[in-house]
Design a binder for this molecule. Structure first.
Ligand SMILES: [Zn+2]
Length: 319
């Protein structure tokens, strides 16, 4: 596990939101480099960034391949635990480290959980039968339209979506902010996210709901591939957006020194400097992790104690 540390990052509801019905949408954009996201025209994603926590300095310092990457995001552990090291899922350890959906369903099987994916192995292997509803579709546009249908017709509590066109464009034309086709693909996904947000706002009970929207990616890329340990492949972005989420941009302010290990309280690199670049938790000092810690995401939705409660580790360490 190198010299890395998990740090739990909890989103707590503010009082005003504590009585609302907690809902979670997780949007995965495969193979999306943060530097390309930053220059692409993405009004829908920008709205999410403006209403939550954002970092383009997050890091997947495990295996930068989709099988292990999405396993880490959905199961909350690295490849040394989920045991997926490539896109062949043989020998996985999902029994011991199951998906987020399994945790949610065992907490309360009445919660409505769903996963709609363009890259089928996510549902076929990682989610499997742990969510109430899984659907594989053959293009990103169908991810969006099926998501809108599901949000409109069901009282969904936790929804995972996977978009794959950006990764396709990277493999076909290059993973780079300088490749027009790659930027176009990111802008295309943004166009598909907008209507999903509208469908959420159009829900009849929306005024009584508090949505947490998480957006991230499994890896970046270099030239026309990924899988290595370059910063271009490991650097990922992270967004956690919602009306009860503190608004903050988290930036690494120290020059990157390769290799980019996350070293908590070490002097190698990749630390916060403590100047407005940490996450604090409203009304709960127990979970105020301070100013110089790397962290990953572990959200727990628990209606009993009024926490937002998706339960997920995202592999994203902050640089
Ligand atoms: Zn790929």
């Amino acid at each position: 596990m190198k010299n890395t540390f998990f740090l739990l990052f909890y989103f707590f509801s503010l009082c005003a939101y504590s009585q609302l019905d907690k809902k979670v949408l997780i949007i995965g954009i495969d193979g999306c480099r943060p530097d390309a996201l930053n220059i692409a025209s993405t009004p829908s994603i920008d709205l999410l960034i403006g209403n939550g926590v954002f970092s383009s300095d997050a890091l997947n310092d495990d295996i930068t391949i989709s099988g292990p990457g999405w396993s880490a995001i959905i199961c909350g552990v690295w490849s040394d635990k989920h045991l997926v090291t490539n896109n062949n899922f043989d020998g996985n350890n999902y029994e011991e480290y199951p998906s987020i959906f399994q945790y949610i369903e065992s907490f309360n099987s009445d919660l409505n959980t769903a996963s709609i994916c363009h890259w089928a192995p996510i549902n076929d292997y990682i989610v499997d039968d742990t969510a109430d509803f899984t659907l594989n579709v053959s293009n990103d546009s169908a991810v969006s339209s099926e998501a809108i249908d599901y949000i409109t017709e069901n009282d969904v509590d936790v929804l995972f979506l996977h978009f794959d066109d950006v990764d396709y464009a990277g493999h076909a034309y290059g993973f780079s902010p300088e490749v027009d086709e790659y930027i176009d693909a990111i802008e295309g996904v943004d166009l598909l996210i907008g209507p999903i947000m509208t469908s959420i706002e159009n829900r009849p009970n929306y005024d009584n709901e508090d949505w947490l929207i998480i957006v991230s990616t499994d890896h970046g890329g270099k030239n026309i591939s990924h899988g290595g340990s370059s910063l271009e492949e490991e650097n990922v972005f992270f967004i956690a957006s919602g009306n009860s989420v503190e608004t903050e941009v988290i930036e690494k302010e120290i020059i990157i020194v390769a290799p980019p290990f996350n070293c908590l309280a070490e002097n190698l690199e990749l630390q916060f400097d403590g100047d407005n670049d940490y996450v604090s938790i409203e009304q709960n000092p127990l979970f105020d992790f301070g100013e110089n810690r790397d962290f990953t995401i572990h959200l727990i939705k628990n209606k009993l104690i009024n926490l937002i409660f998706v339960h997920i580790f995202v592999q994203n360490y902050l640089l």
